[in-house]
Design a protein around this ligand. Structure first.
Ligand code: NAD
Ligand code: TYD
Length: 346
């Protein structure tokens, strides 16, 4: 059952709220709960974009605080100023390819940052800490089977290793210190405001500019795609209805290969398949992810509302309608990243 407006009352510290999923979540919360006060706490790294929340400027229920989750002083300040009831922890370095190029920042932000937040949540007796995690902590599947909440943890990339470590510190905060925690593990998200380093927005951007679409390996790796709005509703439900100490897998039964995705994008944009370019595979590339979300469905009554075709149509349209958003991103630092990442692969 979806929570009611009165249940939404409280002060929410949303870390990483200027990123892709965090900004969608904040919009969801502000729309849904008139009495929720949202504090977006974000370091504004390359992936954080304050423009993502422009429409909330002046909204009395929304506040932005610039800060780093791995810096105890910044975290202390925001707890002292707002004394949040709930911590919804999105802030992370989130891209597998970047984690292969340089893992240090992944350990600092994802592991140390989570521990710093857990300490302050405990000291300030927060009502609940929600860890936004990923199915990538379970590693890779073969042709059959699904990840359940009891699947073994078997990360294969520096990114997923750092998220797994963070999840374990969250578990410890509950088991040892009695903090009320819940953890969500979602599959691959897509939708508006996703940074164009991830598969779907990168391919949309390249296709729009008639640039090659770099497909790793043979393009047969499988991901289980979910529209970002469905993930945000699920997080809201776990935050308000999940059982303390529990893990909830989130996914929309929507498995697609990389090639499936790229072809859908080309079709929607009326571009030729000759733009597809097979490039050197990602090292340690997980072959298949697929989620069993029955716990979310049975315990909390959640189900996805946006099917894959509808979600992709909305997503492509959003990027077509927001050329300025993407133009503001694909400047200096982004160009350097694309050069480092893709130049030697061709
Ligand atoms: P994103 O990269 O778009 O956003 C990350 C945000 O965190 C940015 O706003 C960035 O500025 C902020 N941030 C980074 N380091 C910080 C620090 N030290 N202090 C404060 N803020 C910092 O990521 P996303 O795709 O929105 O993912 C959000 C969360 O969801 C992550 O924890 C990720 O592991 C998880 N997740 C993502 C997906 C997906 O498909 N994108 C799927 C499952 C789980
Ligand atoms: P990505 O969006 O990076 O998400 P994740 O690796 O966390 O699942 O990649 C999704 C899939 O797309 C993954 O199998 C790797 C593949 N991929 C490409 O083939 N080419 C690309 O340029 C990118 C970024 C990803």
């Amino acid at each position: 059952m979806q929570s009611t407006d009165t249940q939404g009352q409280g002060i929410y510290l949303v870390t990483g709220g200027a990123g892709f999923i965090g900004s969608n979540f904040i919009r969801h919360m502000i729309k849904r709960y008139t009495n929720a006060r949202i504090i977006c706490f974000d370091a504004l790294t390359y992936a954080g974009n304050i423009e993502n929340l422009d429409e909330l400027t002046g909204n009395p229920n929304y506040h932005f605080v610039h800060g780093d989750v791995a810096n105890p002083r910044d975290v202390q300040d925001v707890f002292e100023q707002f004394n949040p009831d709930y911590i919804v922890h999105f802030a992370a370095e989130s891209h597998v390819d970047r984690s292969i190029l340089d893992s240090d920042i992944f350990v600092r932000t994802n592991v140390m940052g989570t521990q710093v937040l857990l300490d302050f949540a405990r000291m300030n007796e927060a009502r609940r800490f929600l860890q936004v995690s990923t199915d990538e902590v379970y590693g890779s599947l073969g042709a059959t089977g699904l990840f359940s909440e009891t699947s073994p943890l078997a990360p294969n990339s520096p990114y997923s290793a750092s998220k797994t470590a963070a999840d374990l510190f969250v578990r410890v905060a509950h088991k040892t210190h009695g903090l009320d925690v819940v953890t969500t593990r979602c599959s691959n998200n897509y939708g508006p405001y996703q940074f164009p380093e991830k598969l779907i927005p990168l391919m949309i951007h390249n296709a729009l500019n008639d640039k090659p679409l770099p497909v790793y390996g043979d393009g047969m790796n499988v991901r289980d795609w979910i529209y970002v709005g469905d993930h945000c509703r699920a997080i809201d439900m776990v935050l308000h209805g999940g059982r303390a100490g529990e893990i909830y897998n989130i996914g929309a039964d929507s498995e697609r290969t990389t090639l499936d995705i790229v072809r859908v994008i080309l079709r929607q944009l009326g571009k030729p398949e000759s733009l597809i370019e097979f490039v050197t595979d990602r090292p340690g590339h997980d072959w298949r992810y697929a989620i069993d979300a029955s716990k979310m469905r049975n315990e909390l009554g959640w189900k996805p509302e946006v099917d894959f075709d509808e979600g992709m149509t909305r997503t492509v349209e959003w990027y077509l309608d927001h050329p300025d958003w993407i133009e503001n991103i694909v400047t200096g630092a982004y160009r350097n990243y694309i050069k480092t990442m893709y130049e030697d692969r061709e």
